[in-house]
Design a protein around this ligand. Structure first.
Ligand code: ADP
Ligand code: MG
Length: 728
């Protein structure tokens, strides 16, 4: 090797070394910006720390006495990190996160200055809450909402601000956020699942739900995105002809990550790790410029907070890398949209995953109990589960042959289908010793310890068992996971309560042994919930027909899907479990309906504006160029001119036709909007927006997209799909 080449190689290796040195080992910086339990233990007196742990375990709020001490510790730690401000960080029903910063800085009467923060500021804050959606819970003149620290989610530093995760409630006590009902649902599932888990292990004290989300997103060059009013105002392109090359070649999925995107990801991951978000996986997704990020799963409440925080962080980091990150479920027609799979399971305080098969027949019976009860819960509440993921943007994705349909079903794979089939045949009442042995050895005993590698990967199922967890795949990429997680944990809690009641009855009244009782109830549940199990292609039309026969709901759009949120059955469920009261339920329903209306309304306005202010004027400009050209040809060729101008004449006439159809489309849409706006009942208005206004978008878009192909590229006022999807 020549010395020159050797030097060059050494230099490049040094460069790599420098680069690697700039990225500290992740395990060393993990959670450095979080005031987690470990740090609290260092900063807090021993008995304060113990009281805090007790409050966290029991889901209780912390008392004033320890709040003061925690606040002082938090402040000291924050100041040591250069923090100047603090904020209560919460998730109002807008879907975004909210913060209002206050400085630690205070002045005293005698003119001294100091940094101040005590229990009062930690436990309770009163943000001016009148402008958050409240679904009528709070009148604006009573604009009082309180935020209070949720000790199950630790404080963290963002920039130079200490963020304290809080719940957000009205002064009358009703929840105004996503977190409060989620915490109540997690409490409900803890109580119910612990009682059932104690059938199998008396030492279980607590059961926690875990959540591992997978966030899909698009990264678009910021300046290109900024030139599209539709992307800026609605998060998706309302028009745009598909690019000559899209995702046909499947060359993006799992391909090598473009350098610019990778640099964004590394920056983002570094910040996530500092904030204690255990990010793990990154890869290219199916569509061009589409990517995915997934962390290691965590306790569900923390995982929900971390997802909200991450989405926030992504926008900020993207800004630094001159990207715009798109979370919309369908930003581009014709290529795949984005989802957010929610992997969910239950595990005990002793670390046993209740949805993972075990080593012994008894632990497998425990697995089957939670497995079958989850299936039964989904079966009985499929419509509510569907409602939990309903949004104007997710409507584009569900049932569009790229994501699960709007019909909920459960996929469990061939092996477990066989096991359930055998369990179904169990004798009613007492079991003979032979049958018991057979069950233990040949059915329950044969559930493979690790199903992971054996579960088929049916990507078309909205709710699939994947070896040691269920994967709820219909959740949209913009969603706050709290909503689906509140529903899932509530319905499972309710189901487990019913299960325990029935099994106890068989044990106490019929004298059955515990395992006999469990087998008996599971047997009935398997029979009752068959309709929800589906192993085939969820995208197919035959499934639509089959599902209808089975009596499963198929609510294709949001207004239809939302109705069940206020059905008597739903109200009873939430009331029983103390997850939400009638007022809280109705408020969330109202907010969801209103949001739907607003989203479609905004899209309609933006589309109308772009069509009339951008597209039509451009079309006319180009048409005039053509007209001049034809005139010129006429000057030159006289009567013969048509020989040379025939194509131009066709173009001129086509442009006129499209301009006319776009214009009449916009007028018709505006008329429909006016009609819809005159409707007072909100759900009726939402239906009008869904069924009368939204379909008008198609005609307008069609004309615009046709013109995009006809008009001089230099004149076209919008950045095209080609650039948006293939620049990185
Ligand atoms: P993919 O769906 O992309 O093939 P996986 O099915 O391997 O990926 O899902 C991985 C996700 O599941 C990760 O986010 C991981 O944290 C999560 N996960 C794994 N085990 C559990 C569990 N017990 N509870 C919740 N989430 C889990
Ligand atoms: Mg997945």
């Amino acid at each position: 090797m020549s010395t020159l080449r050797f030097d060059a190689l050494k230099a490049s290796m040094n460069r790599d070394a420098v680069q690697l040195k700039n990225e500290p080992k992740r395990s060393l910086i993990y959670g450095d910006h979080v005031f987690g339990l470990q740090k609290m233990q260092i900063f807090l007196p021993k008995n304060t720390f113990e009281k805090l742990i007790k409050a966290i375990d029991k889901n209780q709020s912390i008392g004033r006495d320890i709040a003061d001490q925690i606040a002082v510790a938090m402040k000291e730690w924050s100041l040591s990190k250069g923090v100047t401000h603090y904020t209560h960080w919460f998730q109002p029903l807008t879907g975004a996160t909210a913060e209002k910063h206050d400085a630690f800085f205070e002045t005293t009467n005698d003119g001294f200055a100091l940094e101040q923060f005590d229990g009062n500021q930690l436990v309770q804050q009163e943000p001016d809450a009148s402008s958050f959606p409240n679904g009528g819970i709070r009148n604006t003149f009573e604009a009082r909402g309180y935020t209070a620290w949720d000790p199950t989610s630790p404080a963290f530093i963002l920039g130079t601000t200490l963020c304290i995760p809080t719940v957000f409630v009205a002064y009358t006590g009703e929840a105004l956020d996503y977190k409060t009902p989620l915490l109540r649902a997690l409490q409900a599932v803890d109580t119910a699942a612990t009682a059932v888990a104690r059938y199998f292990d008396k030492n279980v004290k607590k059961v926690s739900a875990s959540l591992g989300w997978e966030q899909e997103y698009f990264l678009i060059d910021k300046s290109l995105a900024a030139s599209r009013p539709d992307l800026e105002l609605t998060g998706r392109t309302l028009l745009g002809h598909s690019s000559a090359k899209g995702q046909q070649l499947d060359d993006h999925y799992f391909g090598s990550i473009p350098l610019r995107a990778l640099s964004f990801m590394r920056d983002l991951e570094q910040e996530s790790i500092l904030l204690g978000i255990p990010v793990k996986t990154r890869h290219n997704e199916v569509a061009p410029n589409q990517f995915e990020l997934a962390p290691i799963y965590e306790e569900a409440n923390l995982a929900v907070d971390h997802n909200s925080l991450l989405m926030d962080l992504m926008k900020k980091v993207a800004e630094r890398h001159h990207f715009k990150v798109l979370f919309h479920e369908k930003p581009f027609a014709g290529v795949n949209g984005s989802g957010k799979h929610n992997n969910w399971s239950l595990s005990t305080d002793s670390g046993v995953n209740l949805l993972a098969p075990g080593k012994t027949p008894m632990s497998n019976l425990q697995f089957l109990t939670f497995f079958v009860n989850t299936i039964k819960a989904v079966h009985d509440n499929e419509e509510l589960l569907r409602a939990s993921i309903a949004s104007a943007s997710n409507d584009h994705r569900l049932g569009a042959n790229e994501a699960p349909p709007a019909i909920m079903s459960v996929f469990i794979g061939a092996q477990l289908t066989k096991v359930l089939g055998e369990l179904e045949g169990v004798t009613k009442g007492k079991l003979s010793p032979e049958e018991k042995t057979d069950l233990k050895l040949n059915v329950v005993g044969k559930i493979p310890e690790i199903l992971l590698d054996n579960t088929d990967r049916n990507r078309t199922s909205p709710f699939a068992f994947t070896g040691n967890k269920f994967e709820f795949r219909a959740v949209g990429s913009t969603a706050n996971c709290a909503n689906p997680m509140t529903v899932l944990n509530s319905i499972v809690a309710q189901q487990l309560i019913e299960f325990k009641k029935r099994a106890d009855l068989l044990i106490d009244k019929k004298g059955l042994k515990k395992d006999e009782a469990v087998f008996n109830v599971l047997r009935d549940y398997i029979k009752q919930s068959k309709a929800i199990l589906f192993e085939g292609n969820g995208y197919s039309e035959t499934w639509q027909k089959e599902a209808q026969k089975r009596g499963l709901s198929n609510n294709a759009n949001t207004p239809e899907a939302l109705k069940v949120k206020i059905a008597p059955k739903t109200v009873a469920l939430y009331k029983n479990l103390k997850v939400m009261n009638q007022i809280e339920i109705e408020a969330r329903y109202e907010i969801a309906v209103e949001e739907y209306i607003h989203r479609i309304q905004i899209e309609g306005r933006v589309l109308g504006d772009i069509a009339r202010n951008h597209i039509i004027p451009t079309a006319i400009k180009y048409q005039n160029v053509l007209i001049d050209n034809v005139r010129g040809l006429k000057d030159i060729y006289g009567k013969e001119f048509k020989k040379y101008a025939s194509e131009q004449l066709i173009l001129i006439s086509n442009i006129s036709q499209y301009v006319e159809s776009i214009n009449s489309g916009v007028t018709a849409m505006i008329n429909e909007r006016k009609k819809a706006n005159a409707i007072t009942e909100s759900i009726k208005k939402a239906e009008a927006y869904c069924n009368m206004v939204k379909p008008m978008f198609e005609k307008i878009r069609y004309g615009c997209d046709k013109l995009e192909l006809l008009i001089d590229d230099e004149l076209w006022p919008l950045v095209k799909y080609r650039e948006l999807l293939f620049t990185n």
